[in-house]
Design a protein around this ligand. Sequence first.
Ligand code: AP5
Length: 219
Amino acid sequence: MVIVLLGPPGAGKGTQCKRIIEKYRLVHLSSGDILRSERAAGTELGKKAQEYMDSGKLVPDQLIIEMMVKAIAAANGNCVLDGFPRTVVQGAELDKELALKAKKISAVVNLVIDDEVVEKRLSGRRSCPVCGAVYHIDTLKPKIKGFCDKCKGQKLVQRPDDKPEVVKQRLKTYHEQTAAVVGYYSDSGQEILDIEADGPIDDITAEIFEKLDSLVTAR
Ligand code: AP5
């Protein structure tokens, strides 16, 4: 089963993916998280990606496609894709790769939300540099302020690309290059599950589960 989760920066893709993978027993493949691990490990890919990520631009398609094709193969094609595809070229390459393995996308979930809401959300996001757990200073507080619940004593950090000026560029990049991926899927006849993503986290999860369940049952 391959689920694609679309939506602008800060729409809650990572937050919802963690819940989807538990319920449907899938692997969470976040292109952003994989790139951040590559950077932390100092790999060639990580070094190439750095400048693009820190300025809120997209890493070139070829680098991303190669990285994600490997990750999908390692997950045996049972995964939720978070942040990929992000261009129409990436979408077409994903379809080709899946067809080679006689697979196809099971569901496309599209988180819909206004720019002003995500700008506020991203300014309050904090994450654990060790386990990657994501918190928010108002809506998803850790038990001890500023520290990860799971990695005791580990200070939470703010992602460098969550600075307001980089968030503005990430949103611009989303509208100019990534929003078209929704059109790519609807043109190809793929059903898109639109979810209004401005609301309590649990309500959004419930709506995603309801729509995914009815899709899975219908097959
Ligand atoms: P990436 O890491 O994928 O960033 P993104 O898509 O911009 O998404 P985010 O991780 O910022 O947000 P999210 O939607 O996961 O929200 P979250 O759940 O954390 O990519 C980073 C960079 O890598 C890109 O800019 C690009 O350079 C590069 N890149 C990655 N993939 C690429 C690709 N395919 N091609 C080319 N380049 C690529 O939630 C955000 C905050 O809000 C959290 O604090 C959370 O607690 C809170 N929150 C979540 N839901 C709610 C809610 N319902 N109500 C209130 N608060 C909420």
